[in-house]
Ligand binder design. Structure first.
Ligand SMILES: [Zn+2]
Length: 287
């Protein structure tokens, strides 16, 4: 079922679990994520960065592919196709292509500008029944070439953005994109509590879900996180499984070079990673 992220996140916040955003890169990625969600009867958000959209031949191709796979596989669990870290213009491009969920990342602008552009997008997405994620306080690490410093968001600024009427809010709480460094200080739960206190029912989003210890994930969900982004973890799992297949020489045996065989271990690895996250986040059976 192709939907916006609004209802699934309201349910997640009320039910004290989180919905994963699994970033997709191609047809195999999408198929693996959707089959796992269906098998576990769980809601899912498919994330597409601007770079991934470009790689997949544009947002229209992505939206058409996702809708066709949902129909082709008979996927009945709620699926939200979501633009990840979009610019103002990319939000419009995705809405026009048929996405029902977008993230406007205005965190690198001064707060006044972030508020103005987010306000305009609240109006437009509201008219079109599209869910909108906003961001306050840049998230560290690298996302499509944009490097952030691992800030902790100002709770008062979070409230300002939440009050505009966005669907969900991403706030930096010491999390980072990609792999976490050895000396990482961990999530700032004091900041998360302060943000939750001021934003109330607003579903909060945790970016950089790869490599955060399970205890910290559980605590973040208890404190109001309802959506957790998972990207690097699936990439690492896919790469390791593919490496294993080739290093074992399986591509040289029989028809092992057939792409459907060559990519199969990677697809299975993505499925296992998604299953592990859904189980940890508590969204199994919540479709
Ligand atoms: Zn992110």
């Amino acid at each position: 079922m192709y939907v916006s992220a609004k209802n699934m996140l309201i349910k997640a916040k009320a039910g004290h679990y989180a919905v994963p955003q699994i970033n997709i890169n191609n047809l195999e990625w999408t198929k693996a994520a959707l089959q796992t969600a269906q098998e576990l009867n769980a809601p899912i958000i498919l994330g597409v960065s601007e770079g991934a959209g470009k790689y997949m031949c544009g947002f229209q191709t992505v939206a058409d592919m996702v809708k066709a796979i949902i129909e082709g596989l008979g996927i009945t669990v709620p699926v939200a196709l979501h633009l990840d870290h979009g610019s103002y213009d990319a939000c419009y491009a995705c809405m026009d292509a048929g996405f029902l969920s977008v993230m406007f990342d205005g965190s690198h602008y001064p707060i006044e500008e972030n508020i103005e552009e987010t306000r305009e997008l609240v109006r437009v997405t509201g008219e079109r029944g599209i869910s909108l994620e906003a961001e306050v306080g840049s998230i560290g690490g690298e996302e499509d070439g944009v490097v952030g410093a691992g800030e902790v968001a100002d709770p008062a600024e979070c409230k300002q953005i939440a009050d505009l009427g966005v669907t969900m809010l991403a706030a930096g709480i010491g999390n980072i994109h990609g792999k976490y460094p050895e000396n990482w200080a961990g999530l700032d739960f004091g900041a998360l509590e302060a943000i939750q206190e001021l934003t109330g029912e607003m579903p909060l989003v945790l970016h950089g879900g790869t490599g955060i210890p399970e205890e910290m994930i559980r605590r973040a969900i208890e404190l109001g996180v309802s959506k957790i982004n998972v990207n690097t973890e699936c990439q690492l799992a896919f790469a390791a499984a593919t490496r294993g297949y080739i290093e074992a020489g399986k591509d040289l045996q029989g028809k092992g070079f057939d792409p459907r065989k060559l990519l199969a271990p990677g697809v299975e690895a993505i499925k296992a990673a998604v299953k592990e996250k859904m189980t940890l986040f508590g969204c199994v059976g919540k479709a």
